[in-house]
Design a protein around this ligand. Structure first.
Ligand SMILES: Cc1cc2nc3c(=O)[nH]c(=O)nc-3n(C[C@H](O)[C@H](O)[C@H](O)COP(=O)(O)O)c2cc1C
Length: 161
């Protein structure tokens, strides 16, 4: 797939096959993810692999669609309010790089914000000086949903004088 096909065909996956994805593949996508833009080279992201004990404590109505692997992606705050915001944005770029790299090789992900609650932050051992930008499920899709309708980009463009 070329890059536009990867971007356009990616979906947030909610039902997975039980097969695990090889760890070396996941590492190769994390290596690609770390090439994300980040201001002043703060490289604010950290990745926690969520083991079964921790996962069992997280509340989720669908058991994450039977996904074989969960990771939590954190972003270090930095020393100013601006850095905190920019670091979280950089970490979102990191996540999307990861998602697209995985999708290009037939592996689906979901991005969940379940981790933002105080309880789930505690379960995931997120330090106070970190944002939890997303909890990602990673696996081979059982079902790929249709694209969701999106507003024409023309409606989102403003030409300034
Ligand atoms: C920051 C962020 C948080 C998200 N949190 C959730 C979530 O908690 N639950 C969920 O079902 N989807 C979540 N999503 C995924 C969106 O729901 C999904 O991307 C959107 O519905 C569009 O679907 P698509 O990605 O398949 O095109 C999140 C996406 C982002 C960027």
């Amino acid at each position: 797939m070329d890059i536009l096909d990867v971007i356009k065909s990616r979906r947030n996956i909610k039902k997975f096959k039980s097969d695990s994805v090889q760890l070396d593949l996941i590492y190769s996508w994390l290596e690609a993810a770390k090439m994300a833009p980040n201001h002043r080279m703060t490289e604010p992201w950290e990745v926690y692999f969520v083991g079964p004990e921790t996962r069992a404590k997280l509340k989720h109505k669908t058991d994450f669609g039977n996904v074989p692997l969960l990771i939590a992606v954190l972003s270090k705050h930095g020393s100013t309010a601006i850095e905190k915001e920019e670091n979280a944005l950089a970490t979102a770029c990191f996540i999307q790089n990861f998602n697209l790299a995985a999708w290009a090789e037939g592996v689906g992900t979901f991005w969940s914000s379940i981790g933002i609650t105080a309880k789930n932050r505690e379960i995931l051992s997120v330090p106070d000086d970190y944002n939890l930008v997303g909890v990602l499920g990673i696996g081979y899709p059982e079902m790929i949903p249709d694209p969701k309708p999106r507003t024409s980009i023309k409606n989102k463009i403003k030409n300034l004088p």
